[in-house]
Design a protein around this ligand. Sequence first.
Ligand code: PHE
Length: 495
Amino acid sequence: MSDQKRGMHGIWSGRWTFILAATGSAVGLGNLWKFPYITGENGGGAFVLVYLACIFAVGIPIMLAEVLLGRKTRMSPINAMAKMTEDAGAPKFFQGIGWMGAVSGFFILSFYSVIAGWSLAYILKLAGGDFAGTDAAFAGETFGNLVSDPVGLTIWHSVFMLLTGFVVARGVNKGLEAALKVLMPLLFVLLLILFGYSLTTPGFSQGVHFLFDFDFSKLSGESFVVALGHAFFTLSLGMGAIMAYGAYMPQDQSLGKTILWVGVLDTMVALVAGMVIFAIVFSNGLEPSSGPGLMFQTLPLAFGNMVGGAFFGTVFFILVAVAAWSSAISIAEPAVAWAVEKGFGRISATAAVCGFAWFLGLGTVLSFNDWSTYQAFIFISEISVLENLEEKTHAAFYLFANTDVLKAEYINTAAVTYEIKGKTFFDTLDFLTANIMLPLGGLLIAIFVGWFASSDMVKKEANIQNETLFNVWRFVLRYMSPVAVSVIFLHGLLF
Ligand code: PHE
């Protein structure tokens, strides 16, 4: 292969390697940790249905477009978009896709590393047999203790960020490939073992009903935004991660089939994780909507009560950490690749990117303890009960405030209670990236490849043999994805 085709960063060593790397990027905390808890918060089945529709009708077609842009230019997303925009004579703001992606990458990496740190902490807890014969109260308390300790969280966050930086600094071929080849299949096997266990629990069928029976009355405008945003997050779309990996993809590999594989594997992992976690939720009378701690409060119950649980539990949390690791690497890659193109050494580029994200991550660490009451976008609703009818009215909005102060101001009485809902530092970053920046990046990519990039180039590069299939994909990019993303955005803003 000529040097020009390889680009300056290297190339995956075989056709399976791209699938492995892209799956490694896609399958991560998004599937195991985030999907179950946001499904719980958004009422279950109807949310899952919207999420699946977003994956297949919006996400996978955009993924193909994103990988295509990377492979065509073989450069970091920032430079790829600069070059593609110029070649196509498209409006300059499309270059912004690369820049916005880099900013999203910093934001995501900063909190991702903190949560991945939780799984590192859990490896030790399980290995130490902490959860033998445990109950829900103990599991809840253990999690609460972990997140209320900023020093402990910072240590785990630092360890995870160092691990990430270590692999990124070594480049795409060394380290990453070898590890993923063994660990990804192992993750699937362990998930299946957990699935087998969940089949024996009394709450299994209730969990399945929760996940797959749809009741649309449970969906708010925000649920649509969250489902769409999560489709982007879980597929690693809209910020350049998958574009950067596409830049290292061999030229002769078929894009369409490969990407479908990645999308299907990613979805399967999320659904299996969901079934396992909700089986445990309902078997133990837990609250599906208990938020970011859901995975950490449920799975120890399974491991604590099954034969060989300490062993399986330890291995499982190692795999969660590895899945997060292989995703974190891809989150850092776009910014690092850009800095390398600018002339920095790979090691110093990595140190700068990871160092900055580490610093930002301290905000997420604190948002679970010392800063938990400092919130942004606070909506206060007044809930009054009149003749047994509950009425909820909007009482106030604050852009930023300390909720402890607000609680002292809005005092509940027998007739009126106040619900104060805001976003912590972590919630804000999560919302900004997954629900706004990634879909916006994806929307621009769809419009760019659908309308501005030369048809001949797209056709040649996508190399979809079947004419009808190609046309369907183009149609989706041109019309369906932009309309779907815009409608969901507007709906979320207005309702
Ligand atoms: N897809 C990853 C996950 O599900 C997270 C991720 C987001 C990775 C954005 C890269 C880019 O955990």
